[in-house]
Design a protein around this ligand. Structure first.
Ligand SMILES: Cc1ncc(COP(=O)(O)O)c(C=O)c1O
Length: 377
């Protein structure tokens, strides 16, 4: 079996975990939490990091941090994980969806203007599969309408974007907005098993986020609470793994880039199988090796995934659009709107095996299987 993904953990992770166990620091009070916050936010190029228990909690904490309130509208792509919508809903805000660009599978920024109402307060770009969103139009729209930007960089650790608007320079995903969010789930570029982080350059946003993840303890009176809040804390054990992982991030990104180049080379001659667009303003990190099948082929994503599974090859489907999620339909989050590019991506897209222990020989097996399935139709 070639799995869709498996994390790569080494001796350094074991060594730092052993330090936690030997010292007895296993809760969120341990020193690795602060160290991981500092090192990760520094890597992203931002001043403050607030570690939390997962990326979903990071999104909610970030929205709370910038002061999202009941009745606010938050513009986000329809093609993303439900976590983005949940974060808004839990704070009483409404997700407002935009479709994706058919080639990048990222938010179609030309649709932003048409979605703005007097209630809009936030734009939430999501860097899908580690490809940066074209942020300049987002910056311009946010500045024109005085909106905040909350970046979901859960899948984009280390990806970079070249901004003309922000002074002709490369910027890391997660350092281009008022506040941003990362996930450290087991399949992420830096993993802590489960985990997340809120990253910002704004001290007051960081302080609000830190309070929200820790039950909003009153600064002067212990066990006295004036706001609804959560325990979203990360443990020292998780942070220890994160510190070890972060030491190897550049190596991992380089490996991901070289593996995707080989996939692209091997699949170039298979008609109707395409990767996310390559763009001059983006240095993606290829969080997953995602492909979209042409509708003219006789095989869609579901059939491809079933046939690959029969050959011992693990895959995952693309997101189902937020507009098509039964719970969001029930809550009438979206009313009679169409998101055809999201629907197409869902129908035609899948990730091929994307783990860090992949070899060229395994990629050959996967690509030969894809070619055979496409030819058989
Ligand atoms: C784009 C995006 N945002 C948020 C999340 C939520 O992260 P978590 O699974 O850590 O809650 C994910 C998870 O994969 C994601 O892909």
């Amino acid at each position: 079996m070639i799995p869709v993904y498996e994390p790569l953990l080494k001796d350094r992770e074991k060594q730092l975990l052993a330090e936690c166990i030997d010292s007895g620091w296993i809760s969120s009070e341990g020193p690795f939490v602060r160290e991981f916050e500092e090192r990760f936010s520094h890597y992203i190029g931002a001043q403050y990091g607030v570690a939390v228990c997962n990326g979903t909690a990071a999104l909610e904490t970030a929205l709370y941090g910038i002061g999202v309130r009941k009745g606010d509208e938050i513009i986000m792509p329809s093609f993303t994980i439900i976590s983005c919508a949940l974060a808004a809903l839990r704070l009483g805000a409404r997700p407002v969806l935009v479709d994706i660009d058919p080639d990048t599978w990222n938010m179609d920024t030309t649709q932003l203007e048409s979605k703005i109402t007097p209630k809009t307060t936030v734009i939430m770009p999501v860097h899908i599969y580690g490809l940066p969103v074209d942020m300049d139009p987002v910056f311009e729209c946010a500045s024109e309408h005085s909106l905040k930007i909350v970046e979901d960089a859960a899948e984009a650790h280390g990806a970079e974007y070249f901004s003309k608007v922000a002074g002709n320079r490369w910027m890391k995903c997660g350092n281009m907005s008022d506040v941003s969010c990362f996930s450290f789930y087991a399949n992420k570029i830096v993993t802590t098993g489960e985990g997340g982080m809120v990253v910002t350059n704004d001290a007051s946003v960081a302080a609000r986020a830190a309070s929200y993840r820790n039950l909003c303890f009153h600064p002067e009176k212990r066990f006295y609470h004036t706001e609804l809040c959560y325990n979203f804390r990360m443990t020292n054990l998780q942070a220890a793994v994160g510190v070890a992982q972060l030491e190897r991030i550049e190596e991992v990104i380089a490996l991901r880039r070289s593996l995707v180049s080989y996939y692209k080379e091997r699949l170039a001659s298979v008609p109707g199988v395409r990767f996310q667009a390559e763009l001059p303003f983006a240095k993606p990190v290829y969080w997953m090796y995602a492909v979209q099948l042409d509708e003219a082929l006789n095989v869609d994503a579901e059939l491809m995934m079933t046939r690959l599974k029969d050959k011992g090859i693990g895959t995952r489907p693309f997101f189902l659009g937020l507009h098509a999620q039964p719970i969001l339909q029930k809550l009438r989050v979206v009313k009679d709107e169409q998101f055809p590019n999201t629907d197409r991506a869902h129908q035609q897209g899948l990730y091929l095996p994307s783990g860090l222990t992949l070899t060229k020989a395994k990629i050959d097996v996967v690509c030969d299987a894809v070619r055979e399935i496409v030819q058989e139709g």
